[in-house]
Design a protein around this ligand. Sequence first.
Ligand SMILES: Nc1ncnc2c1ncn2[C@@H]1O[C@H](COP(=O)(O)OP(=O)(O)OP(=O)(O)O)[C@@H](O)[C@H]1O
Ligand SMILES: *[C@@H]1O[C@H](CO)[C@@H](O)[C@H](O)[C@H]1NC(C)=O
Ligand SMILES: *[C@@H]1O[C@H](CO)[C@@H](O)[C@H](O)[C@H]1NC(C)=O
Ligand SMILES: *[C@@H]1O[C@H](CO)[C@@H](O)[C@H](O)[C@H]1NC(C)=O
Ligand SMILES: *[C@@H]1O[C@H](CO)[C@@H](O)[C@H](O)[C@H]1NC(C)=O
Ligand SMILES: [Mg+2]
Length: 574
Amino acid sequence: MASKSVFVVAIDFGTSYSGYCFSLASGTDQIRQVYWGTEHGFKSPKTPTCILFNQQQEFKSFGYDAVMKYKSLPSSKAESWYFFQNFKMKLYNTNVTTGMELKATNGKMLPALTVFSESLLYLKQHALNTVEEASFQTIYDQEEITWVITVPAIWSSAAKQFMRLAAKEAGMISDMLSKNLIIALEPEAASLWCKQLPREGFMADSSDKKKFEDSPGIQYIVVDCGGGTIDITVHEIQENHCLKELHKATGGGWGGNTVDENFTNFLREIFSDGVWDEYVKSHPTELQHMMYNFSLQKCSASREAVYIHCYYNLTRVAECKKNISQFFKKAEGALWCDGMIMITYEKMKSLFDYSIKNIICTLREILDKPGMAKVQYILLVGGFASSIILRDAISQAFSKKYHILCPVEAQAAIAKGAVLFGVNPHLVTSRISAKTYGLKVNQIFDDAIHDACKQKVSKAGGYVYCTDLFRKLVGIGESVNINEVAHYDFSPTEPDQKDAYFVFYCTEKQDAQYVDEEGIEQLGFCTVPMPDTHLGTQRQLKMEIKFGLTEFKATCSDLTSKESRTVIIDFLTV
Ligand SMILES: Nc1ncnc2c1ncn2[C@@H]1O[C@H](COP(=O)(O)OP(=O)(O)OP(=O)(O)O)[C@@H](O)[C@H]1O
Ligand SMILES: *[C@@H]1O[C@H](CO)[C@@H](O)[C@H](O)[C@H]1NC(C)=O
Ligand SMILES: *[C@@H]1O[C@H](CO)[C@@H](O)[C@H](O)[C@H]1NC(C)=O
Ligand SMILES: *[C@@H]1O[C@H](CO)[C@@H](O)[C@H](O)[C@H]1NC(C)=O
Ligand SMILES: *[C@@H]1O[C@H](CO)[C@@H](O)[C@H](O)[C@H]1NC(C)=O
Ligand SMILES: [Mg+2]
């Protein structure tokens, strides 16, 4: 946390829903929660991550406001405006770059940076208003707030950096290195929240019960079940109440939204002969309404059939082909009920299959590893964790061996925990490296080990060296303390070299010899100036990198000019 901060505001910027919590930076005994949607008859800890721009690409609304506004737009505007939802998933499993674009529901494109930064700007302003109202004071100095933004632990370095860039565009920080923004990992944040809850059941009234954090040695697995990603981490409580990561962040894109996607696929099967596709194309706003209704109905706490209203235009498009009840003749698990589509509970469960199978399979894989034998608890957090269908399935698979717990406000656990993390990022003391990371280096050429095609000779002095060598800095699966520093000493190859260019690589392999081997990916780079050349190749440069943090941080010292500076590793232009 930055030293001048008075408040810590943590934004859980989710795939489906976003929200924030805040507290005084001096103590976390009162974490304030903000509720959304009261003007639309809801009261939820998060608002839909949906954003609407007009034809001129100007921001119009965010959250429930954007959903309501979009579905009431006349079709001419629906065609020319820009509505985005689920766009956070576009940063997962892709090559994230500064200039990437996103497709609105009607197919029109906007820069991703605009979509993300306008969303963050909205949340920032909302939060500033709330904090000012709650504290009866005006915030004049940006430094008074430390912002925390949560990201999936399984995101790439580039995606994490993209969020930082979007936050900078939104005016939360003035430069990319600012300490006023902390990137927190979603399952870690959730874990920090859960560890101070009572261990026997998470019930609010069991204040006499022992908390997780009071039992050093306890190991548990946290599953953040979001709309987009399922993010898994394994932690051990240490003597000092802090957390140690035991397994690298694991997970995938099988969050709650896949249930909606499978529902859509099911409707496409029912409304055959191209009826569904035409409906999707011609009536996007009505479809949005229908899917929104489904996403609420799937959250039902009862193990019962679900009824979805068959909207006017869907009925119209369908009846152009044949009597609508005919479409349901072959449908298994769905019935036409007087203007409603009835989906049986069995069918409902099957829509969760894809997600649940992946979650269970991944949990098994982790828990069956020898190092995980002491894990006793499975903590389910995130909005999707409230699903009775998901909980039943996890219980059935794991309750014999593990205690399965889910906090009362499963969806809010991430933002609340992120506040705790913002106040004290040292609460997580070590992490497991998800990949092997390394740098590209040159070395004196040695016939015995080096490949002739990698041989080079320097311009001055005839120094014969081997290029493209991979120098490992940290290995996959290695535990790295947050204060641990990887050192690298460097001397320039050419005497008149005025800057050093470092290229970073990652791989799932344990190690590698050359950076152009198969399975090695270029990750990012940074440039370090070394303007004073009077010592030629005798100059020394020290590079230090911290791998244990949520973002890599590199510091460089040019021993000749005695200058030290923190450098940005640019992950976004690779
Ligand atoms: N009771 C419930 N039953 C089924 N699904 C639910 C329930 N409550 C919430 N969901 C689903 O959970 C998801 C939202 O959870 P959450 O807010 O934690 O996700 P997110 O933070 O937006 O996503 P991510 O963490 O992947 O970025 C949505 O897919 C929503 O439909
Ligand atoms: C369910 O959704 C997932 C994710 O979109 C997809 O991969 C899978 O094929 C779908 N299954 C069915 C039966 O539609
Ligand atoms: C969703 O649809 C059902 C069935 O038509 C209806 O009872 C319910 O009020 C709708 N909910 C919302 C939020 O639109
Ligand atoms: C049906 O679609 C048309 C054109 O998109 C739209 O103007 C109309 O409002 C829709 N009807 C309903 C009941 O939503
Ligand atoms: C559609 O089919 C139902 C049941 O077969 C029948 O009762 C109804 O009259 C039919 N409607 C039309 C418009 O054909
Ligand atoms: Mg989430």
